[in-house]
Write a protein that binds this ligand. Sequence first.
Ligand code: GLY
Length: 365
Amino acid sequence: MTNNEPNFTLCSDSARTHVFVEPDALNYIGKWVSSLRTPPIVVIISDTTVAKLYGQRALASLATHCPKSELITVPPGDQSKSISHLDGIYAKLGKMRVPRDGMLLALGGGVVTDLTGFAAATWMRGIDYANCPTTLEADVDASLGGKTGINHASGKNMIGAFHHPRFVAVDPTCLKTLPARDVAAGLAESIKHALISDAAFLDWHEQNAPAIRAIDPKIMGELVTRNLRIKANVVEQDEKESGIRACLNFGHTIGHAVEKLSNYALRHGEAVAVGMVAAAHISMSKGMLDAPAVQRIQTMLQSFALPIKAENVNPAEVIEITLGDKKVKAGKRQWVLLDGIGQYTITDDVSDDVIEQAVNTVCAN
Ligand code: GLY
């Protein structure tokens, strides 16, 4: 039996989010909900694939501690982060008469955590929710920090709100059922966190590569905890991304562009891997990173089956899309670059030539 103590707690201006990383965490969510308070109803939101695997376990855990629990499912995939699926969720919450002190619980990957968080942010002007991520990308990134939202015809994540979960509960054993490509996509975000803030954590990825590839639950638990601590540390300093939180976008400027131009054939993490290679090349051109470090990054990404180039993507179109990036300030792109391994810098001082060269390097036509 586990105790009620979280591994750690994110404390920002508007949030306290307890983080639990523990094998079989799903069995304890009812206990963790009731250690906060006892909501009259807890509604799990999941996708149909994840609900089949873990829905009953989550409901059983809630049943022993909460008066009422329900499950709502959406189809798997990014198309569920839409106004129409959100509207479907509101309709069900209305039918269930979910009150102001009810609670939502996301069970799934980043699509489900973003969608559930936004439903919670807006239902009755904001109710509590918790995240139980089941993919590595969501374990190490999307589940913590309060970014919630849906997509719109004008762009991905265009409609959203900052609304922090009351807790995040990660069960690393869920990763055993995740396709290898999705595990790799999550590892890209883990490598990103190491590159921007923790050189020793990058060494750790190299030293523990065989256990990571084997999805050893103990090693994956440590990996998730270290990632979430890095992320919590950034969010605690800059909750609403008015400054340093932008460091978490390392690799995302060019990454988002190649993701879009691949028609989302690339996983988000795979596109970020390509974007990190481009950003590493830009950092090298500016004299902030040496060639062996760039090679080390590429070798590591490849060793975890991540791409370092985007196939069939037009470099000119990549550059065009980066101009429309959300991070453009006063017409200038903000670049998160590496100032050595484990340290980042944010600058708009990158010449068009340098960008073009880096984009050409990562685009294999
Ligand atoms: N995924 C980046 C952030 O949460 O800020």
